[in-house]
Design a protein around this ligand. Structure first.
Ligand SMILES: *Cc1c(COP(=O)(O)O)cnc(C)c1O
Length: 392
């Protein structure tokens, strides 16, 4: 059975009423027949039927044993780090999501958890960074915003050999395109705010574990620290996940056409998209994922913040905002937005040049998106020629 069919039929029918949509159990507590005798639910921080349905759907979707839903992607990441103790070390991908970097450096460092950042596109960098204290390898693939790809299977072998866990932040690919647990990872995290939700209408996070033992530990932290996802948001997220495969197919198709268009445009310098044969990790991407996602980044021949800002000012369908993965196309300028706090030299050497623009390709008709970019690039070129002329 195709995963999309399996997913749609993994969404439970309400056994009480036959309701085809999972009911929203908006309750804080559950009446007990006698102390300790209940219907599997006692207090809604510990467990809630709507959240439980979501968690089960996600476990199946990622081919894991347990799904655990949190109030945000960062709360999900935080729960995984709680598996560690003082003195443990993490090896993390160097272009890690900024919020995860902040959590590692500004929160967990002072509890004695240290992180080494490496370019994970070369597996040797991971093995070279292992120490006797390494307990966790942290990957994102594709990364943000330069869409680097790490070989999850090869890195999972290194994790196993060295007795450490591998966690993959699968936000950019989504389980419709990539299943890290099948490639050997122990844990998957998601900012469900992005593609899983898919409609830019909620903040949510998920952890899916390979086995029950890890699942129980993550669930313990969920209950002990309380960062749960509310019943309504759990329902909304199920509703988003129902169309995940369909949406991802269209995101991928449009993104590939846009990447190809940008690559042959005279005003564009570099295009970052794992689906392009020219992408340095294209072969790995083909092997481990069934599609290349909806994010495309590119830089301009005129590599300046002004040029990028001019272009952004000229698009009409691609709207300026942080975040990604929704139905509306968005763009962002990492150098002055998400990556502003990184020193310019460090930022540039990580591939985030001054003019780099990240597109989150939405679900509008592809031709309209191409026309929007073509027009904006043309206008930006005209502005450039005008300003060059006036300076002469
Ligand atoms: C957005 C994002 C997060 C954080 O998720 P929130 O839901 O905003 O807390 C983590 N990882 C990646 C890759 C993201 O894009």
């Amino acid at each position: 059975m195709h995963p999309a069919t399996k997913l749609i039929h993994s969404i439970p029918i309400d056994p009480l009423t036959g309701a085809i949509s999972v009911p929203i159990y908006q309750t804080s507590t559950f009446i007990q027949e006698a102390p300790g005798i209940n219907k599997g639910f006692d207090y809604a921080r510990s467990n809630n039927p709507t959240r439980a349905a979501l968690e089960q759907i996600m476990a199946e979707l990622e081919n894991g044993s347990d799904g655990v839903a949190f109030g945000s992607g960062l709360a999900a990441i935080d729960a995984v780090i709680r598996l560690l103790k003082s003195g443990d070390e993490i090896i993390a991908v160097d272009d890690i999501y900024g919020g995860a970097y902040r959590l590692f450096e500004k929160v967990y460092k002072k509890f004695g958890i240290h992180v080494t950042y490496v370019d994970a596109t070369d597996v040797a960098n991971i093995s070279g960074a292992i120490t006797p204290h390494t307990r966790l390898i942290w990957l994102e693939s594709p990364t943000n915003p330069t869409l680097k790809i790490a070989d999850i299977e090869a890195i999972s072998a290194i994790a196993r050999e060295n007795g450490c866990l591998l966690c993959v932040d699968n936000t950019f690919a989504s389980p419709a395109l990539q299943k890290p647990l099948l490639l050997g990872a122990d844990l998957v995290v998601h900012s469900a705010t992005k593609y899983l939700g898919g409609h830019s209408d909620l903040i949510a996070g998920l952890v899916v574990t390979k086995n029950k033992e890890l699942g129980e530990q993550i669930r313990f932290f969920q209950n002990a620290t309380g960062g749960i996802l509310a019943p309504f948001d759990s329902w909304l997220l199920i509703r988003g996940i129902e169309t995940l495969h369909l949406r991802m197919r269209q995101h991928c198709a449009s993104a590939l056409r846009i990447a190809n268009f940008l690559q042959q445009h005279p005003a564009v310098d570099k295009v970052f998209y794992p689906g392009l044969p020219s992408h340095p990790n294209h072969q790995v991407a083909c092997r481990q994922s069934s599609g290349f996602g909806g994010i495309v980044s590119f830089s301009l021949k005129t590599d300046s913040e002004e040029a990028a800002h001019q272009l952004i000012g000229h698009t009409r369908l691609f709207r300026l905002a942080e975040s990604l993965g929704g139905i509306k196309s968005l763009l962002s300028h990492p150098a002055t937005m998400t990556h502003k706090s990184i020193p310019a030299e460090q930022r540039r050497s990580a591939g985030v040049s001054d003019s780099l623009i990240r597109l989150s390709v939405g679900l509008e008709e592809t031709d309209d998106l191409l026309a929007d970019l073509a027009e904006a690039l043309e206008k930006q070129e005209k502005v450039k020629i005008r300003t060059e002329f006036s300076f002469n």
